[in-house]
Design a protein around this ligand. Structure first.
Ligand SMILES: [Zn+2]
Length: 392
């Protein structure tokens, strides 16, 4: 059973047995086989400890044709859903690039894609000299997919400089790879003219990514590289200063403030004051963008804006109210800052003469409606490139 956050599945005793994991199995670097108070395996497995399970058990298999068909059908389906919720451009974490082009050719790609490469596609880009920016206004190579530096915010495995409140034995989260490996990856991508994108939630991981980014810039200066940190959840004043100095573009959880509010008591108000720190980013002049992190977080931008403005969740709890921003600021983060994040602010992100005609018509004004009702405003129409792609 997988947590929707994607870092911490639960396995039953049969699966643990098949994988050869028992109560005395040591935790690998960057992951844990969790134990209960009596030292028995609880079944919860975190981050890098998961890899032993990929080699055991049976999974459904598909032919190459079936896989391609599923990829095309999935992309056409999610594109319909995106525009239904008012999204006109989305930064895609990988996916089948060939299927994406076929869906577009069939006229079923309704939203624009900043394609974030990983694996074979990223290797091929580096080998063949394809840099960030190649493509057109529908499908364009953007940053890389998230290169994972630490664990998860919602699943409480992110790397903290202090121990997790109330957890025994003392635990500080999972760091996924060494500083040297992270440095090498960042340097290789940065030298290829490709926008670096690392997943970092905890202050320890953000520090590691900044160290790698600062090093790469020093070795191989490139103007306007806009290194991206996805999530960039827990910051402090020193990290914020370095983020600004390195020209980092954080893509910060938006819908979490509303959706994951029942998890925040595990961190406590002191840490939550520095988490999803939109107010701090804007005040420091850092162009933070919106990161739904779908599928871990809902992608509905209305839920995102409501959470960013109120910091109040579905259960009525408010965490880190000091990080509240205005409706106007939340809208800019979801539009022009997103365009800046993928180097597309010249053609996207505002309704201006000379830019693409991508916009959404809402039934009510988010500036004036009750702030607890922003997520319920009806989307009347979504327009991409001057064509209506959704009507209520
Ligand atoms: Zn991530």
């Amino acid at each position: 059973m997988h947590h929707r956050g994607g870092h911490t599945p639960f396995y039953n005793s049969k699966a643990l047995e098949l994988a050869g994991v028992h109560k005395d199995t040591p935790n690998p670097p960057g992951g844990t086989f969790d134990r209960d108070a009596s030292g028995e395996l609880s079944g919860r497995v975190t981050d890098r400890a998961r890899s032993v399970f990929s080699k055991v058990g049976e999974r459904r298999t598909f032919t190459a044709d079936q896989k391609a068909q599923r990829d095309r059908d999935g992309l056409a389906y999610i594109s319909k859903q995106f525009v239904r919720y008012g999204l006109t451009s989305v930064h895609h974490e990988g996916g089948n690039l060939s299927a994406l082009q076929q869906v577009r050719a069939r006229g079923e790609l309704l939203h624009r894609v900043s394609y974030e490469a990983t694996g074979n596609v990223l290797d091929a880009m580096i080998a063949s000299g394809i840099a960030t920016g190649l493509g057109d206004e529908w499908i364009r190579f953007g940053a890389t997919s998230e290169h994972t530096a630490d664990g998860s915010f919602s699943e409480r495995t992110m790397a903290l400089s202090k121990t997790y409140p109330g957890v025994e034995p003392p635990y500080q989260g999972n760091i996924i790879e060494t500083q040297n490996d992270l440095n090498a990856w960042v340097e290789r991508v940065h030298r290829g003219g490709i926008q670096v994108n690392c997943h970092a939630n905890g202050d320890v991981a953000i520090n590691m990514v900044l160290t790698a980014v600062e090093r790469a810039q020093q070795l191989f200066p490139r103007s306007d590289a806009r290194p991206k940190i996805t999530h960039c959840t827990l910051i402090n004043d020193d990290l914020l200063r370095r983020i600004k100095a390195a020209g980092v573009v954080p893509a910060v959880f938006t819908s979490y403030a509303y959706y994951n509010t029942d998890k925040f008591h595990f961190y406590g108000e002191d840490l939550m004051k520095r988490c999803m720190a939109f107010r701090s980013f804007l005040d420091a002049g850092v162009p933070a963008a919106a990161g739904s992190d779908f599928s871990p977080g809902p992608f509905d931008p209305r839920m995102g804006v409501q959470g960013m403005v109120t910091r109040t969740g579905w259960n009525g709890q408010t965490w880190g109210a000091n990080q509240r921003i205005s409706v106007e600021e939340a809208l800019r983060i979801n539009t022009i800052n997103g365009a800046y994040n993928s180097h597309e602010e010249a053609i996207k992100g505002s309704i201006t003469s000379g830019k693409l005609a991508d916009f959404v018509v809402l039934a009510d004004d988010p500036h004036t409606v009750d702030q607890d009702k922003i997520k319920d405003i009806e989307i009347v129409r979504t327009v991409v490139g001057g064509s209506t792609v959704y009507t209520a």
